[in-house]
Design a protein around this ligand. Sequence first.
Ligand code: PLP
Length: 394
Amino acid sequence: MKPFAKRTNWEIGANALTLAVEAYRKSGKPFFDLIQSNPTHCQFDYLKPELLKNLEDERNLAYHPNPRGMLHARETIALYYENMGLSISPEQIFVTAGTSEAYSFVFRLLANPDDTVLAPQPSYPLLDYLAGLNDVKVIRYPLSLRAPQGRSNPGFEIASSSFRTPRNDREFKNPKAVMLIHPNNPTGNYVTKSELEFIRKFCRKTNAAVISDEVFLDFCFKETPEQAPSFAGEKEILTFTLSGISKILGLPQMKISWIVVNGPGDLVQEAMSRLEIIADTYLSVSTPSQNALEAWFEWHPAIQSEILERIFENRQFLAKHFPILEAEGGWYAMLQIPGAQSDEEITLKLLQEEDVFVHPGYFYETEGNYLILSLITAPEIFQEGVSRLKKLSF
Ligand SMILES: Cc1ncc(COP(=O)(O)O)c(C=O)c1O
């Protein structure tokens, strides 16, 4: 008997595509990585040594631990929301070392072992790991392809049947939280105002909280009047809004994210007191990054427009060659694969025959076959990779 916990019984190394990519990396043979979503590997101009000047700060010689994060860092985050027209008190903000840690804190706060949370399908592959590591079960609610409007291609939306028709499974009726990704990775759809209404209704009925992951909120390339604003302003339902500078400022290495707690006053107070003890147990956020946060946020408009310009350029290039699915925001594009070949077969073939790496939709639990591309990839790599993608008929 091995001494390991069941929650770590993963199928390590079983995936053919991961093995093939690993072999490529080891061989040193260059390949066109069209799913590169680490912004520090995408040749952005904003990554200048000037950003590091803010780390040379005498305040970094002292340690003043605060479970919610340093007050001036939280004030900077509150200002980010004020610029969106939302009044958030620094008291409602908990700084964390990454969004994954924020998810873990909220799962620990809300769920007992084997409790359930609802999450969109398709969506961010790490969710299952994050939930599993916290002994929480993920039940999927489907996103469906909406009918194309005018000359546009179809895009995703929360299937209206997901929350409206009563489902019989016990887990779906008693979830601890509804998870929203606003906008979703990889489908790029924001939660709409009407979706928000039926989610609120569902949460009122089930006492579920909302966890809204808004790391891509700022990367909106097609605003629609139906789009719901940030959930950090939610008043009715106990809500945990997660975000961070890994995407907003394209600085994942600096490890600053946060949770905003909002909703009915008494629940918010109690959630914050409990979260404070969870956060106090770890105190994992670095002092230098918190001290530099205000200065880094001064770069927000410049960083955002550089990343958005990249997204526009790549999206436009891709749309010239393929019918991409409609989306309103985020860092990804989806191509639907017609025909009999599976997304796994095509991604393997692309790597072996054309030296191009994309993700198959099944990584994100898509229904049907899709290829997923990152839109922040450096344009030369993106354009060459997409041209090679065209050579493979599918
Ligand atoms: C939806 C979503 N949330 C969170 C993250 C990760 O955020 P962090 O780097 O702050 O942990 C990602 C990364 O791709 C993501 O796609």
